[in-house]
Design a protein around this ligand. Structure first.
Ligand SMILES: [Zn+2]
Ligand SMILES: [Zn+2]
Length: 178
């Protein structure tokens, strides 16, 4: 089961759209679980954006995770990640690779050259949930596992997994349920 928890207010139709797309992409139930508070302790040095890994680690919610459950947090806040080899750029989400919790933001969506909030958020959520099943970045520009910072993201706003990523996720999901 994929459990969706919102950290900011979203129109219900946006969250429902995300749930439908996640269900279609991974063939498993996607449930809208409820809301949780943004952990202020995860604000980064600028105090204007959230440190994405810290946010996921510090979140305080009472969602019960069962063995094969995955949780996706949705926010509209700008996110950052600790500086890496690629610098300190904006990030569209975060996932505990191979773990249980992921995060996606709608920040920047709906602006010129970007997909709508509902389409873009669904795709970002599908991408970061994919990392929870150990899916890596994919070269197929239409695939949801293609990096969100590449032009393919806006060019193909539909949530689609390429055959390779779909099969890999199906294997992982089956293992998790077995
Ligand atoms: Zn990624
Ligand atoms: Zn792929």
């Amino acid at each position: 089961m994929i459990r969706i928890v919102t950290l900011n207010e979203f129109p219900p139709e946006v969250v429902e759209h995300v749930a439908r797309r996640l269900h279609a992409a991974y063939g498993m139930g996607a449930e809208i679980e409820g809301e949780a508070d943004l952990p202020r302790s995860a604000l980064d040095d600028s105090q204007e954006s959230y440190d994405a890994p810290k946010l996921v680690a510090n979140i305080d919610d009472d969602t019960q995770l069962f063995a094969d459950d995955k949780i996706i947090y949705l926010t509209s806040e700008p996110l950052t990640a600790p500086a890496g080899p690629m610098g300190h750029g904006p990030v569209d989400g975060f996932a505990q690779y191979g773990g249980g919790k992921a995060l996606a933001t709608s920040h920047g969506l709906g602006q010129k050259g970007q997909p709508s909030i509902e389409a873009g958020l669904a795709k970002r959520a599908a991408h970061h949930i994919g990392h929870l099943w150990d899916l890596h970045h994919c070269f197929d520009v239409r695939c949801a596992m293609h990096p969100g910072w590449s032009p393919g993201f806006a060019q193909y706003p539909e949530v689609v997994l390429c055959l390779f990523c779909r099969e890999k996720s199906e294997r992982k999901i089956k293992l998790g349920q077995g």
